[in-house]
Design a protein around this ligand. Structure first.
Ligand SMILES: Cc1ncc(COP(=O)(O)O)c(C=O)c1O
Length: 451
């Protein structure tokens, strides 16, 4: 397997070192170097106990290999190990962060905004709900029952009341249920998820915005997974309508370490109103002396943050700009097309239909399907068995525990309105997945014992 990482890294590192060539030799001698190669060989052995996340036959959870340019830029930045908390710690990398975040905000149509990178989606959402709680003290946060569990946990940390809102049969927030909750008058913030974790459902943002006119709440969009899909040109009309209005939210989270081709941890929080910076105000007797410019540490809750994340993101966006029709957008479109094909196979090919019940038609690039069986318990057990056998045969899927009502046409005898079933799930994040759907289907059938 050819890895272009080293070819990219070596000349770039030489170039970087050239910038520091005038320094007197410091005879740097990190301890333990005699054993380092042996320890790294052992480390490589230990890493084998991972699924092959970089390969298209890994089609399970949300894991996408970082682009080689992101890995090389990250590794190069490690020579300096900048800290984007303050300009003293990462002057160039802080500027790169500002530029990279501006490009992400631009994707949502925002020129004026406040934003920065975070360690991931959880921390980015934490900042959004923290500000939301300060704007509406004591009021409730609501999100769909399919929203990431981080929202209820963060609300508990922030001591904000929280409620889940029912979803429709495709996992999207149900507007009638939302309105019933809003009419009680105690909601401060609605979280809309554009791309739920389990099935990639896109909440009906246009409908939620209509309700905002009537009930006046703060609207946070968790687009940690789905945000970049606003660049894709092959979404269904309902999802398009939601993404078209994302810029009307008060805050948005998007994770470059999910679909942005970045190493962990790289999340991003954006606020539409730059004035939200006032909530971050604090005194720091140690850090902010070398410049009059705003430091990223003054507008983020985390202090030390990897400047290398910003460097990697900046380099990736320089290579693959966030534009509709560009190579980056085409990669997302390929994953979505792969998901549609797999769903089609499950829904229309008799070999699959006799075994499985497809879940909702994918709105992004995530497919779920249940197992045909007499009862939920048997269907769930068989899903687990297929998952295990597929892995033995080299195909790595995921499992999800989902409402049985997501599987229209299933006749599990014991299913009722709120019962759940364990089903199979595949996140087709890699553009290469498109060419591998046939192979994935073959291996799935083999795992059922029909090959
Ligand atoms: C929609 C959504 N929000 C938030 C998160 C949490 O993000 P992270 O794992 O980067 O903290 C996830 C993770 O999968 C997610 O899918």
């Amino acid at each position: 397997m050819k890895d272009s990482f080293f070819e990219l890294l070596s000349p770039a590192l030489e170039r970087l070192d050239g910038g520091y060539a005038g320094l007197p030799d410091a005879a740097l001698a990190p301890p333990g170097m005699e054993q380092a190669a042996a320890v790294l060989a052992e480390t490589a052995e230990r890493l084998h106990d991972n699924y092959p996340y970089f390969h298209p036959l890994y089609a399970g959870q949300m894991l996408k290999p970082p682009h080689p340019v992101a890995r090389a830029a990250y590794a190069m930045a490690m020579r300096l190990n900048p800290n984007n908390h303050a300009l003293d710690g990462g002057r160039a990398s802080s500027r790169m962060e500002v530029e990279a975040v501006r490009a992400i905000a631009g994707m949502f149509g925002w020129a004026e905004f406040l934003g920065h990178l975070t360690s991931g989606g959880t921390f980015a959402n934490l900042e959004a709900l923290w500000v939301a709680g300060l704007m509406a003290p004591g009021k409730k946060v609501v999100a769909s029952e399919q929203a990431h569990y981080t929202h209820s946990r963060i609300s508990a940390v922030l001591k904000l009341p929280y409620a889940g809102v029912k979803t429709d049969g495709r996992g999207r927030m149900d507007l009638t249920a939302l309105e019933a909750t809003l009419s009680k008058g105690d909601v401060g913030t609605v979280v809309a998820t554009l791309g739920t974790t389990a099935v990639g459902a896109v909440d009906p943002l246009d409908g939620i915005l209509e309700l905002r006119k009537k009930y006046g709440f703060r609207l946070h969009v968790d687009a940690a997974y789905g945000g970049y899909f606003c660049l894709a040109s092959n979404l269904a009309p309902e999802a398009v309508r939601a993404f078209e209005r994302i810029g009307e939210a008060d805050s948005i989270v998007v994770d470059p370490h999910k679909h942005g081709l970045q190493p962990y941890g790289c999340g991003c929080i954006l606020f539409r109103d730059p004035g939200m910076g006032r909530w971050y105000k604090h005194d720091s007797p140690y850090t902010y002396f070398t410049s009059q410019e705003l430091h990223l540490g003054e507008i983020s809750l985390e202090c030390s943050r990897a400047g290398a994340s910003a460097v990697a993101l900046w380099a990736t966006q320089r290579l693959l700009p966030l534009e509709r029709g560009g190579e980056f957008a085409q990669g997302l479109e390929a994953g979505r097309e792969a998901a549609l094909r797999l769903h089609h196979l499950l829904a229309s090919d008799p070999q699959f239909m006799e075994r499985f019940i497809p879940g909702p038609e994918p709105e992004l690039d995530i497919v779920v399907w249940g197992v045909r069986a007499g009862t939920l318990a048997v269907a769930s057990r068989q899903a687990q068995g297929i998952f295990d056998r597929a892995a033995e045969g080299g195909l790595h899927l995921a499992l999800a525990n989902l409402p049985a009502r997501f599987f229209a046409g299933a006749n599990w005898r014991d299913a009722c309105d709120d019962s759940k079933v364990t089903c199979l799930r595949s996140v087709l994040m890699k553009p290469e997945h498109l060419r591998w759907i046939g192979e994935i289907g073959e291996r799935l059938l083999s795992a059922c014992g029909t090959r």
